[in-house]
Design a protein around this ligand. Structure first.
Ligand code: RB5
Length: 144
């Protein structure tokens, strides 16, 4: 069976965590698609929300991971796109709920505010939790 491709992007503030999550994806049996940035040199987070939006729009991946320093800027930027539901999460519960209730297709974390083990826990929960549909679908429909 082919491995699911998961897109990742970050700014400089999320670069280190993105690299860690990239290897964790491989460990979990996924194929990472790294959309940048490529170092800790200062860049602008909206540009990396844009590349994620393009990748999901083109079908290069169905799900993605975004990281900036706090997670806030890049999630605001990503959620401008109607085909993105980007959830800024801080622990396993919020990661799980982002799937169960919000059908998030992008998980967002703050590289400067979350530890590596909690971040991995969040990613696992995001990747393994199904959307519950029903009343949650109705609420999502109201936002489109
Ligand atoms: C960059 O210094 C920082 O502002 C950015 O990574 C992010 O935290 C913005 O919300």
């Amino acid at each position: 069976m082919s491995r699911e491709i998961i897109a990742l992007a970050s700014d400089h503030g999320g670069y280190d965590l993105k690299i860690l999550l990239k290897s964790y994806l491989v460990e979990l049996g996924f194929e990472p698609l790294d959309l940048g940035c490529d170092s800790s040199d200062s860049v602008d987070y909206p540009d990396f929300a844009d590349v994620m939006a393009d990748a999901l729009k083109n079908g290069d991946a169905a799900r993605g991971i975004l990281v900036c320093g706090s997670g806030i800027g890049i999630s605001i930027a990503a959620n401008r796109y109607p085909h993105i539901r980007a959830a800024l999460v801080h622990d396993r519960l919020t990661a799980e709920l982002s799937r169960k209730h919000n059908d998030a297709n992008v998980i967002v974390m703050g590289g400067r505010v979350i530890g590596p083990d909690v971040a991995k826990d969040c990613l696992r929960a995001f990747l393994n939790t199904e959307f519950e549909g029903g009343r949650h679908q109705r609420r999502i429909d109201k936002m489109s």
